[in-house]
Write a protein that binds this ligand. Structure first.
Ligand code: SF4
Length: 113
């Protein structure tokens, strides 16, 4: 096997960071629901590709905001989210600590091994 796994690992870390940020701000659903059952979860099709997004995390045309149906839901699954509140992706972008440091309670790749 070649060195490709490091690229995949970085991608995996980035995905975990997104859902970890949601847990950091909103907690984890105590009933262990899935994101696919959340009203803030959306799906669509673009250029023949199916995509999933969390509207609270934030949406873009980039795969970097893609979401997974199978994620364990955050605490917002049963709650409204004010339309004008900042999206998590924007909070992360503008907070130098959250942007570079590990978020408290953030899962690591090792947690899944
Ligand atoms: S439960 Fe809803 S708001 Fe929370 S991360 Fe999943 S899709 Fe986003």
């Amino acid at each position: 096997m070649g060195p490709k796994p490091s690229v995949q690992l970085d991608d995996h870390r980035m995905k975990l960071r997104k859902i970890a940020a949601m847990y950091h701000f909103y907690g984890i659903d105590p009933l262990s629901g899935k994101c696919e059952d959340c009203p803030h979860f959306i799906s669509g099709e673009y250029h023949g590709r199916r995509y999933f997004k969390c509207t609270v995390y934030g949406c873009s045309h980039s795969e970097s905001t893609d979401w997974r149906k199978s994620y364990t839901a955050c605490g917002l699954i049963d709650h409204d989210f004010p339309e004008n509140d900042a999206r998590v992706i924007d909070i992360l972008k503008h907070d130098p600590i959250l942007k570079t440091e590990q978020i408290p309670g953030q899962m690591t790749v090792e947690d899944f091994l």
